[in-house]
Design a protein. Sequence first.
Length: 672
Amino acid sequence: MASLLHPSVAPDNSSKVVELQTSHDFITPSENSAIKPTDRSKGTQKEDDGVFITWEDLWVTVGSGKNKKPLLQNLTGYAKPGQLLAIMGPSGCGKTTLLDALAGRLGSSMQQTGKILINGRRQALAYGTSAYVTQDDAMLSTLTAGEALYYSCQLQLPDSMSMEEKKERADSTLKEMGLQDAINTRIGGWTTKGLSSGQKRRLSICIEIITRPKLLFLDEPTSGLDSAASYYVMSRIASLNIRDGIQRTIVASIHQPSSEVFQLFHNLCLLSSGETVYFGPASEANEFFATNGFPCPSLYNPSDHFLKIINKDFEQDPEEGFGTRETTEEAINILVESYKSFEIGKQIVKEVEEISESDSDAIAKKRINAAFLTQCLVLIRRSSLHMYRDMSNYWLRLAVYVAIAISLGTIFYNVGSTIESIQARGSLLTFFVSVLTFITLIGGFPPFLDEMKVFKRERLNGHYGVTAFLIGNTLSAIPYMLLISLIPGGIVYCLSGLHKGLEHFMYLTYVLFATVMSVESLMMVVGSFFPNFIMGMIIVGGIQGVMILLGGFYRLPDDLPMPFWRYPLYYVSFHKYAFQGLFKNEFEGLSFATAHDGDRKTTSGREILTNTWQVEMGYSKWVDLAILLGMIFLYRLLFLAITKTKENAKPIVAGIGCAPSKITMTRRNEQN
Ligand SMILES: Nc1ncnc2c1ncn2[C@@H]1O[C@H](COP(=O)(O)OP(=O)(O)OP(=O)(O)O)[C@@H](O)[C@H]1O
């Protein structure tokens, strides 16, 4: 087959483009296409060959019954080491869906059938076997570009590499992506402006290519970039293909490549409404369109031409048209049908079958990251720095807590030890705890969700484990939690004249600390199910409201209706232990002046605890505190278990979904 390249896309090495003779001869325009399919005869594939990924009869659908909608239809293709596969098509055609399916990251609302094989085997990708630069650049907004990449290097690169080597790798990668001038610029977020969207995009790419992954997916790596920057970014990505003598497999979706960028692609997958319009060597696409009656006008960017022909969201202007008779719909049908019967289409199927049938033992291995302890330490440092710089999290909360503490301290100023002070002390303590827990939710949930987005991205790309994240998050938060408990606690304690003594003050601080920490831990559990701001707030807010109600102050324990509210919910509420611990801390050891039949007499704090507040006196206040701390531990353990279970269940569910589609099975039966 002759190579009919448009002059504007003819690569410098176009003379190397030879005729396509066998199923193995998919020639690429770049020197990077060092891999020869003939090297890969059946069963001889070695680990060093890199990662071959094939997909066959791939369908992705959403909905069910009458509302079932196909997003990808009967796709077949492959990506090979040493090659860059570009996925192109109009907006909404299914590029991200295809990347997600290949990377094993389809959402739970989508059903997938067909066969996706890694080196000829079914294998769950994710968590370090591949890297994926997604469209959303979730990063910690307070870090600078340099810090984000240095921390990422320390997390992802093995301990055997020295710090100098890691820094060198980070600096050179930043330079490659043209970010050397932005090294000290903060990433920025919704509160502060920082890197531009194009710079964020490039930083995301840096973070994923820093480990030189063998399989790299990129979803629109050039969005937000000007044409020159797009070219440089794509050429650096393409150059990864065979850097350091290792062949890498790169799959990228891209919207509008310039002619220069287009030349970098070895293979092209052109989609329209989830169907393959063309899959094959990028250099042959022009000929395919021309053969079917859609030649690219001279001096026209071929990728623009392809997209214009297959975009059916906007009807063609009649006078522009294709110069012929077809509507866009008809044009797509012609191309889709022609592709299936075209020689390239058949050869792709053959090629895929050959790769799939190889009985290789080479699985895509997880890369070696930094050791667990290093990861924990790096995450603690990174998270502490982020919390220190993020005004909207602990500092804003501290300011609000102080304002509330001053209000409470002045309203309950010097409560004294009369009979009235019994109610006043109870109200003061329970209100203080309740309001702190609610502000922790309102102030802490949005920053927590931002951190979860970063965690999710980094976790899926295998930067570190869930346990390391949990340890990093917990230990870095403790000093801030202590601070926001100590200062407001001190203000209330001094102004209101609560039970005197260092032990009593410290106990108040510990309980405040344990309560806000419990709320944060509860947020983690709920956030792992509902990573959505509104839903998470409503659910955690609702749970807290019920817990406060069951705490034993607004309704005394003996008055709680049996059995549901009293057992088990009363014992599940962490406010119960906070209220009871604080009451014991406050009333035990004090006595209050009460009047009885005109006589002045005193009532001991212990009597008040038993008779007025119905506190369980069988154990000390330290047990209440220990139960609160245990609850924090339990919630965090629950977060760990949920996240790990979800991670382990996903490949199993995907594996069930990935059963050969009916179409495949029918075809196989026919062949048999
Ligand atoms: N959960 C869903 N329910 C229904 N339709 C969906 C769902 N998710 C995606 N889609 C549809 O699937 C199609 C493919 O979406 P996808 O994000 O893969 O497109 P894309 O080619 O990457 O688009 P873009 O270039 O604009 O990013 C779109 O038409 C989209 O509306």
